[in-house]
Each structure stands twice: as C-alpha cells, then as structure tokens.
Design a protein around this ligand. Sequence first.
Ligand SMILES: C[S@@+](CC[C@H](N)C(=O)[O-])C[C@H]1O[C@@H](n2cnc3c(N)ncnc32)[C@H](O)[C@@H]1O
Length: 125
Amino acid sequence: MNSYFKDKSVKLFLGDSLELLKKIPAESVDMIFADPPYNLSNGGFSCHAGKRVSVNKGKWDESKGIEEDFKFHSKWIKACKRILKPNGSMWISGTYHSIYSCGFALQKQGWHIINDISWLKSNAA
Ligand SMILES: C[S@@+](CC[C@H](N)C(=O)[O-])C[C@H]1O[C@@H](n2cnc3c(N)ncnc32)[C@H](O)[C@@H]1O
C-alpha cells in the first residue's frame, strides 16, 4: 500500500477507504475513528460570518436516498469490523442526518454500542 504521507509516527493513505481497508490484515487494529459523510449537502443554505452560504460541500456529501446511504454505511462498517481486534473499539462522528443510519448498521452487524457522546452546538451557524 503506498502511503500519501509518512513521518516517524504517522502514515496517511489516500484512496477509497473501501479499497484501502481490504489491504489491512484482519483483527489488527485497536481503535478506529471514522468521520464518514453526513449527507448534509441538500441544496440548502446556512449562515457563515453573517452571510448566507450554501451548505453544499461536494458530491461526496450528497444523500443518495436513505437506502443507498445505509448500504454505504453498512459496507464501510463491515470492512472496519474485519480489521478491528475483538476487543477493539470504533468511534464514529455524525450528525442527525447520518448517525442513526450508522447506528442501525452497527446494530444489524452485532456491534455492542456503548455510548453516544453529544456535542451541544447551540448556534452551529
Ligand atoms: C465528514 S468529512 C470528514 C472530514 C475530515 N474529518 C477532515 O477533517 O477533513 C467526510 C470525508 O470522507 C471522504 N470520503 C467519502 N467517501 C469516501 C470513501 N469511499 N473513501 C475515502 N474517503 C471518503 C470525503 O471526501 C470527506 O472528506
């Protein structure tokens, strides 16, 4: 696997996570932190620094509908389960647009969900 960036303690890989994850040995990872798309880019608007701005971040953030979004989350979560050690853990970032889909995928795949950690952003914009 070619790395995109490497120093003494960190190696970064650039690519499709579903392909890269296949190259990592089974049950070899202690902890995974995942920040998958939140599927927020729906053509709407938000407020940034007092100005109206588009919420669109790119094609990668557009929802393909709840079934397809769920299939995507199920796929990468399954790929993570393969490489995680049996006593490993995974942290997943999300918003309400995405996190329940991830949660349902985790439940369907038999993960043990320990905690929800909420970040209160009273005025996210
Ligand atoms: C919520 S953002 C995460 C941003 C990241 N935490 C950061 O600080 O840059 C989701 C990211 O997942 C990337 N992405 C979407 N599908 C992917 C895939 N199949 N493989 C790898 N990255 C993917 C997107 O390009 C986007 O940068």
